[in-house]
Design a protein around this ligand. Structure first.
Ligand code: RP5
Length: 166
């Protein structure tokens, strides 16, 4: 059976962006749970969730946090499951602080970090990881790639038509 994705956010203020990951996971028919847990405000609960995640059927953990964004690192410290960090825009540095806090991990405890507010790509990356052991999901990802290519080809054809009519 396919493993679940844990979608963790440091605050409810992250949800409008994080929702994009949940929408994408649902569209790919990947089971997930979403929770608010904070590396700073609920450190014990966050550590407990991370420690139990593998045994509870999770395969990948997404962690979204802004500013002093230690959530993904705190999760990675407590599990060997792959952790994908989503640095959130906002605050005095508009996300640069969150990006660096998420990506600059010490050797041995990696966090795969997507772009600022990159919740959708975090979901795609989680899907690609899970697809390594799920042929049905791998086929769905291939089909999505073909759909993307077809959309670009259609846009290119339209552009060339518009250029020819100039
Ligand atoms: C981080 O601080 C959260 O992930 C959020 O991005 C940011 C602000 O949190 P709130 O003050 O809005 O709860 O821990």
């Amino acid at each position: 059976m396919i493993r679940k994705v844990a979608v963790i956010m440091g605050s409810d203020s992250d949800w409008p962006q994080v929702k994009g990951a949940c929408v994408q996971l649902k569209a790919l028919d990947i089971p997930f749970e979403a929770h608010i847990l904070s590396a700073h405000r609920t450190p014990a609960a966050a550590a407990e969730f991370a420690k139990k995640a593998k045994a509870e059927g999770f395969g990948v953990i997404l962690c979204a946090a802004g500013m002093a964004a230690h959530l993904a690192g705190a999760f990675a410290a407590n599990t060997t499951l792959p952790v994908i960090g989503i640095p959130m825009k906002g605050g005095a540095m508009d996300g640069l602080d969150a990006l660096l806090a998420t990506v600059q991990m010490p050797s041995g405890i990696p966090v795969a970090t997507v772009a600022l507010n990159g919740a959708k790509n975090a979901a795609w990356l989680a899907a690609q990881i899970l697809a390594l052991s799920d042929e049905g999901l791998a086929a769905r990802l291939e089909a999505e790639r073909e759909k993307m290519s077809a959309e670009i080809a259609a846009k290119e054809a339209k552009l060339q038509q518009e250029i020819a009519a100039l």
